[in-house]
Design a binder for this molecule. Structure first.
Ligand code: S3P
Length: 165
């Protein structure tokens, strides 16, 4: 790989973290997850941050995280929260943006109840579907690379590796 960072974007549940971890294992890059960074810096889960401080506060934390990544990180594979690129334009400057595209119905059928419960914006199915449609346009427009990720993990890794090596 010859880019500074790989930034994985896509809708909630599209597999950014699973793909990112495996990709990092198979390369000399290390793995970062922006939701996990925010949770550990706040000492709270994403659900608690949304409940106690609201979404706007969470978006500020995401912006701070992007600023920090921009000036401190290289050679990383970064899994981002599904709204990060939508709200933080500067994410584009962190690295090569790869959109893991999975149809909404496939995301829903893959996601367990427990995984959904960790996502405050994935509680109402109709709202989530509308959000998916709006975000798909934004992700498509802003990504450097779009990967059809509606397949096995191994195949997704192969598709990404082919494109970035
Ligand atoms: C969000 C996605 C979540 C998390 C937060 C908000 C979003 O991350 O950042 O609940 O706005 O799409 P995942 O995409 O990892 O679920």
């Amino acid at each position: 790989m010859s880019v500074t960072n790989i930034v994985l974007i896509g809708f909630m549940g599209c597999g950014k973290s699973s793909v990112g971890k495996l990709l990092a294992k198979k390369s000399e890059y290390y793995f970062l997850d922006t939701d996990a960074m925010i949770e550990s810096s706040q000492g709270k889960s994403i659900v608690s941050i949304f409940e106690e401080r609201g979404e706007a506060y969470f978006r500020c934390l995401e912006e701070e995280t992007v600023d920090w990544l921009r000036s401190n990180v290289s050679k990383a594979i970064i899994s981002t929260g599904g709204g990060m690129l939508v709200y933080c334009e500067a994410l584009k400057e962190v690295g090569k943006i790869i959109y893991l595209k999975v149809p909404f119905e496939a995301i829903v059928s893959r996601m367990s109840k427990e995984e959904r419960s960790k996502r405050p914006l994935f509680q109402d199915m109709q709202k989530a579907k509308k959000m998916y449609e709006e975000r798909d346009l934004i992700y498509t427009h802003k990504a450097d690379l779009i990967i059809d990720a509606n397949t096995s993990l191994d195949e997704v890794l192969l598709r990404i590796s082919r494109e970035i090596s």
